[in-house]
Design a protein. Structure first.
Length: 160
């Protein structure tokens, strides 16, 4: 295995090498985060489960970002722990029901909304990404998660 990939920062920041999946590693990471987020929402608490994951993956990103950036450059696509944090942020305050159809619809909508904001980076998301170091890697995803969450809450409580 490549010596660079054995670095603890690379292992953590890539979330056990999910960041090395071909084409769209951020999307793969966001998708991989969904079962974890759902299980945390159901088995821990609808608020505290996603909050715990947001805090955990934010800490991983901040700790790993400098090390992974030294190897792969600024805000490398291999670093996807920030996608896990941002995707978990989407589901803070989102109610979980016993209906699997509802939950599946909410999960899909939350995923699509997060990817929309994370990829296009509107409303200041692109600007905040220019922050130095690990904060720049993390903050754009958290802000994308907040915008996606607001849209998802609007859909759940106003549209549905």
């Amino acid at each position: 295995m490549n010596q660079k990939k054995l670095s603890p920062a690379v292992l953590a920041g890539s979330v056990f090498y999910i960041g090395f999946l071909p084409k769209f590693p951020g999307t793969w990471a966001s998708l991989a985060a969904l079962p974890l987020i759902y299980l945390a929402s159901v088995h821990i608490h609808p608020l505290f489960g996603p909050l715990l994951l947001t805090i955990l993956f934010s800490a991983v990103t901040l700790l790993a970002a400098n090390g992974i950036e030294k190897i792969y450059g600024p805000d490398p696509s291999e670093c996807v722990s920030d996608e896990f944090a941002g995707q978990a942020m989407v589901f803070l305050f989102i109610p979980v029901y016993t209906s699997w159809e509802y939950n599946l619809l909410v999960i899909i909508a939350g995923f699509v909304l997060f990817r929309f904001f994370d990829i296009l980076k509107p409303l200041g998301i692109g600007a905040i990404q220019n922050t130095e170091g690990g904060w720049g890697v993390l903050l754009d995803d958290l802000l994308a998660g907040i915008y996606a969450q607001m849209c998802l809450l609007f859909i759940i409580f106003v549209v549905l």
